[in-house]
Design a protein around this ligand. Structure first.
Ligand code: NAD
Ligand code: UDP
Length: 315
């Protein structure tokens, strides 16, 4: 049995990861400051003898004897990470240093939840890991993009300088149950708007693209990445190469919910990337043939059911 620390474990992705790691027979420590996560996400795990919940901020040192660390603590939606941009950078940089220090001391393997945002508004398409990105260092998304880029640097330097056992994954847009209802991300926004009969807000002309991955596919990729040989550090893209415009996504959500909502157009936020699609050749090769299994319609169906139940319960 391994003891595994999941920072940001009470968040959307972290809660699914904790669930999976427990199912696999591990001891899990879930560490979170509840900035964007919630006890509701992991309530069903409380009481399990193999699950421990710790309220803690990763910008402060933390110590425990662990075998593996998944470092997910960081607000992920633009609305949340722009709410307190200085804190976002601290979480990315100081949080990573604290967790890397812990990995160095304990000899634990540590996986960093990096992001496709390190590619910025990409000039090559689809994005391969060898692409260095096109990131504005002084824009409103920079606290997150540059924070995550600096975290990758720290991971590589701890590896080179101290032989820390690191793994870096670059996660592309991920969705599913337990996304927070008000975090402004496009999938949760469109579904909630459609279910409530409100206008569906497309930013810009809706021709920008994203590639959406269902959370179960990501969790499978994360666990497989952690299991790879120490010589493979990544970075490796984990995402679903199915690419959709925001207009296509809005139409799909309207169709699947049977909603009468109208589509309206609002201004495009600053530095909003025009396109995003992962090249997953490396993940397929290194992670035992990993590839996403869940198609957008199926994943949206499950996510719509989740939000439908949540909305029914609240009203
Ligand atoms: P989320 O906001 O649901 O989860 C983040 C969790 O981290 C929350 O529970 C939050 O309370 C916690 N947290 C934030 N700051 C913290 C701090 N200083 N100390 C301790 N805990 C803190 O977001 P998510 O979508 O689950 O994202 C999880 C990770 O995956 C993040 O690192 C994010 O950057 C990365 N990621 C997510 C996506 C995506 O599409 N969801 C894409 C790329 C990368
Ligand atoms: N978006 C939109 N309407 C919304 C929320 C987002 O059209 O209500 C757009 C947003 O401008 C971006 C895309 O959807 O082009 C994905 O946005 P999200 O915040 O989910 O993720 P990110 O931009 O970080 O990939």
């Amino acid at each position: 049995m391994k003891r595994i620390l999941v920072t940001g474990g009470a968040g959307f992705i972290g809660s699914h990861l904790c669930e999976r790691l427990l199912k696999d027979g591990n001891d899990v420590i879930c560490l979170d400051n509840y900035f964007t996560g919630s006890k509701d996400n992991i309530r069903h795990l409380i009481g399990n003898d193999h699950f421990e919940l710790v309220r803690h901020d990763v910008t402060l040192p933390y110590t425990a004897e662990v075998d593996e660390i998944y470092n997910l603590a960081c607000p992920a939606s633009p609305v949340h990470y722009q709410h307190d941009p200085v804190k976002t950078i601290q979480t990315c940089v100081i949080g990573s240093m604290n967790m890397l220090g812990l990995a160095k001391r304990t000899g634990a393997k540590i996986l960093q939840a990096s992001t496709s945002e390190v590619y910025g508004d990409p000039n090559i398409h689809p994005q391969v890991e060898s692409y260095w990105g096109n990131v504005n260092p002084i824009g409103i998304r920079s606290c997150y993009d540059e924070g995550k880029r600096c975290a990758e640097t720290l991971f590589m330097d701890y590896h080179r300088q101290n032989a820390t056992r690191i793994k870096i994954i670059r996660i592309f847009n991920t969705y599913g149950p337990r996304m927070s209802m008000n975090d402004g991300r496009v999938v949760s926004n469109f579904i909630v708007q459609a279910l409530q009969g409100k206008d569906i807000t497309i930013y810009g002309d809706g021709k920008q693209t994203r590639s959406f991955q269902y959370v179960d596919d990501l969790v499978e990729g994360m666990v497989r990445m952690m299991e790879t040989d120490d010589s493979f550090t990544g970075p490796v893209n984990i995402g679903n190469p199915g690419e959709f415009t925001m207009l296509e996504l809005a139409e799909k959500v309207i169709e699947l919910t049977g909603s009468g909502s109208r589509i309206v157009f609002e201004p495009l936020p600053q530095d909003d990337p025009r396109q995003r699609k992962p090249d997953i050749t490396l993940a397929h090769e290194k992670l035992g043939g990993w590839r996403p299994e869940i198609k957008l319609n199926e994943g949206l169906g499950k996510t719509i059911e989740y939000f439908r139940r949540l909305i029914d319960r609240n009203y």
